[in-house]
Design a protein around this ligand. Sequence first.
Ligand SMILES: Cc1cc2nc3c(=O)[nH]c(=O)nc-3n(C[C@H](O)[C@H](O)[C@H](O)COP(=O)(O)OP(=O)(O)OC[C@H]3O[C@@H](n4cnc5c(N)ncnc54)[C@H](O)[C@@H]3O)c2cc1C
Length: 509
Amino acid sequence: MAIIDARTLPDASPLEADMVIIGGGLAGITLARELAGGPLKVIVLESGGLEIEPETQALYAGSCVQKADGAKDRPLDSYPAQSRIRALGGSGHVWGGKCGPLDPADFAERPWIPYSGWPVTRAQMQDYYDRACDLLEIDRFPLEWPTPTDQALQPLALDDEDGFFPAPRVFTRISGRTDKPAFDRFRTQFAEAPNITVYLYANVIRIRREGDVVTGLDVACLDGKRHTAKAARYVLATGGIENVRLLLASENLGNRHDLVGRFFQGHLTYSNDSDTQREGSTFAASRAAPLDLYATAQRFEPHCVIGAGLPAQKRMKTGNFTATLFRANFSNADATVGADTQTLAKTATKLDQGQEQSNLLGFFAMTEHFPNPDSRITLDPSQRDALGMPRVRLTWVHGRKDHEDLERSIDGLANALGASGEGRLCWSLRRDELLAVSSASRHHMGTTRMHRDPRQGVVDSNGRLHEARNLYVAGSSVFPTSGIVNPTLTILALTLRLADHLKSEKKAA
Ligand SMILES: Cc1cc2nc3c(=O)[nH]c(=O)nc-3n(C[C@H](O)[C@H](O)[C@H](O)COP(=O)(O)OP(=O)(O)OC[C@H]3O[C@@H](n4cnc5c(N)ncnc54)[C@H](O)[C@@H]3O)c2cc1C
């Protein structure tokens, strides 16, 4: 129906609908798009305007420290404000658009990984992944990836027993950074449907409830206006950090078992290079044929990373792991990798002497961040934003197991490559250096985890809060485990699954 600036409404306006979606990021918009043109009257309450504005963005400020076993704490106080965007479209304004599905292993309960296991399987997610790919205008990811026929695209010959496999990654243009007009259409066109109203500059500051029913929302504008919103059902879609903030600030909603905010998972990228402008370690491929499947001419082309499937994880007692290969210039002042990686390249070439030709590539490693209750978001009541909301404090913890896992995975891949004659990996980092050289992703996962049992999860397998009959959560906060792929395709797939559930629930009612 419309996109309305909530500041232009008379003070204390009562907003009413069948459903309120809190947050107009990629998750909230995907849900609203699914409901557009349908029988439900839907309101989207979005904190920001159409573009990024400093005053609204400042509402996201908080504090953050990264901790790892045996390493010095790393303060990252800029992280809560700089790792997400508060405007219609959310972090979609700046995201890189890199997409891939979680692997089947990511959904599995793996006895060696505490808290692992999703209440849904990869196969059950296939239809939702397909629909999410269609929305993002990218090719679909089949469950079984066909082996390419082109010689330059042949995967590394790591056999099934090794359990390492090529995991595909592609880039969508639906991003404010890549194709602004396409992104603008994605985030606004749905609001032309007669059943949809988007309110901008509408900050939800409190969720009200009576018993196990949410009864309304308090909405605040930065100009001082206050409104209320009421619906039969509500969906919280404010991102993996803010979902927690709003629940905890609403008298600990959903937190009966002290789970809201815990299990924060964020991916880290590890490379040998201490030069922060570059990332790299050395991969020496023995075969002369180029590894175009993995290392494309440009960094932002479809490619595969080397992933660790369930057999590899079982054997090594590790979680998911990826090595991303890239073409690098090792030889002169214009080198694309830093001095540390260049030194390793010399070692790799020596190790590979017996082979006909060595094909040097750069690589960086990522490992699954294991669910850990001590890795968590809490509120800091002594620090408040312009609307009086307590600011967040993120304590991002990597335990001993996380770093042991990285080392075992690197060893495992290096051994598999050596045994198959496909190449060599060079890696020189000590464990106590890992945190300092890592770079932090902007993936915020796990903080309202999904589990059938209310003692082990904040939301049930449909995304409904265990503690409230009519409140659902969308976004990566519901992920029980983080895998090692960028999360947004899965956010969209889960949101489409939630949309189907909400539609069928309406029919059943
Ligand atoms: C620089 C960067 C690069 C990235 N690159 C990738 C990538 O390549 N691939 C990938 O998969 N992911 C990437 N990500 C992560 C990706 O952007 C997020 O996973 C995704 O956008 C999350 O969508 P969301 O809708 O769940 O949350 P958000 O995008 O955080 O949206 C939440 C929305 O809620 C609104 N909101 C917040 N609080 C309130 C409130 N109190 N009341 C009302 N509204 C509120 C916000 O304004 C926002 O619009 C990247 C992120 C960044 C920052």
